[in-house]
Design a protein around this ligand. Structure first.
Ligand SMILES: C[S@@+](CC[C@H](N)C(=O)[O-])C[C@H]1O[C@@H](n2cnc3c(N)ncnc32)[C@H](O)[C@@H]1O
Length: 322
């Protein structure tokens, strides 16, 4: 039994989720370094409760709330859209809500009152146009939400990107990859014929390999840049399933948030502006139909970082450090 007085650790939250959904062990959280990860393929649950464009998938909120058994009704739904009234507060500038205003203007009305904020903003200008609202400035919204969230509170942000923000406002503690499965409203194939990904390392990769193999049988091509690890999943889904296994002829510099990752040591010690390449263990796995054994080749890594890219990365770093 958890009471308000108890402070839950991240592990407690992961355990609370696992207890609430023992029937979906593959959706449970795992720990890698400082962060929690989960992979939610909502599948049969993906029946939206309302016809509102962009409405939450059915049961998505039940899953999120399972991690926060300690917050009760002290929850703010930012960008609440069609969410009906309930034991929580809502903020939406265009839909009925307890706070019918822009999320950015909340700090002018309340202080740091909510231990949990769940935000579902428009993801693009085209999405915002559907709500007849201007596209948000994500950085400004994150700063505003920090002012209305209790110290040690949490923000669950549903989006296609994790926005730029000040480290004084938010510390990242976890990632949930939310995927819609096949035979539902939006399988991957609905968005195109081919996907490219450089997924975060960890157990997530194993699930992605299995999914890519499954989807390739349905005609969806996946191209994945992965660390070379001869795991069970590698044997089961790459050595038996992938079309190509390509070895890179040079190191690849990671890109994050639209800019290359900088070699901070070279910058701080020697004033040199250079990229920070991945370890020389990157392989490219291509799924294109299901194959008994993959073909093997070398991939000539193209020039993928220019001086201008590095300068943009340096500008971004200055902003984040400031
Ligand atoms: C993705 S929808 C949210 C849908 C919601 N999760 C649901 O289940 O219905 C985004 C919502 O953000 C609202 N919105 C857009 N910009 C906003 C802003 N700056 N402040 C508050 N609400 C905003 C839109 O009116 C829209 O209802």
């Amino acid at each position: 039994m958890l009471t308000d007085a108890q402070t839950l650790t991240l592990q407690d939250r992961a355990d609370a989720y696992a207890q609430a959904f023992p029937q979906w062990p593959e959706s449970h959280f795992w720990r890698a370094g400082r962060w929690l990860y989960a992979f939610w393929e909502i599948g049969n649950d993906y029946r939206n409760k309302t016809a509102y464009y962009g409405a939450y998938p059915a049961r998505f909120l039940d899953r999120v709330m399972a991690m926060f058994p300690d917050v009760g009704s002290r929850v703010l739904h930012a960008f609440s859209g069609s969410l009906p009234p309930g034991p929580y507060d809502r903020c939406d500038m265009a839909q009925p809500a307890e706070f019918q205003c822009r999320v950015e203007s909340l700090p002018a009305r309340v202080g740091p009152v909510w231990p949990l904020v769940i935000a579902d903003p428009p993801y693009s200008k085209a999405d915002a146009a559907k709500y007849e609202t201007p596209m948000i400035n994500r950085r400004a919204v994150l700063a505003a939400l920090a002012k209305v969230t209790q110290p040690d509170g949490h923000l669950v942000w549903l989006d296609t990107v994790w926005p730029m923000h000040s480290k004084r406002d938010w510390i990242t503690v976890g990632w949930i990859c939310l995927v819609r499965s096949t035979n539902h409203r939006a399988p991957w194939m609905a968005y195109g014929r081919c996907g490219y990904s450089n997924p975060p390392y960890g157990p997530f990769v194993q699930q992605l390999l299995a999914k890519a193999k499954r989807e390739s049988a349905n005609g969806f091509k996946s191209v994945l840049l992965l660390p070379m690890r001869v795991t069970q999943a590698f044997k089961a889904h790459v050595l038996h399933g992938a079309r190509w296994l390509l070895f890179c002829d040079k190191r690849i510099t990671f890109w994050e948030n639209g800019v290359p990752r900088l070699n901070v040591r070279a910058l701080e010690n020697d004033g040199k502006l250079v990229g920070d390449p991945a370890l020389f263990d990157s392989i490219i796995v291509v799924y294109d139909g299901v194959w008994d054994v993959p073909s093997i080749d070398t991939w000539k890594v193209p020039i993928h970082v220019t001086r201008a890219d590095l300068e943009r990365a340096q500008e971004r770093r200055k902003l984040l450090v400031a």
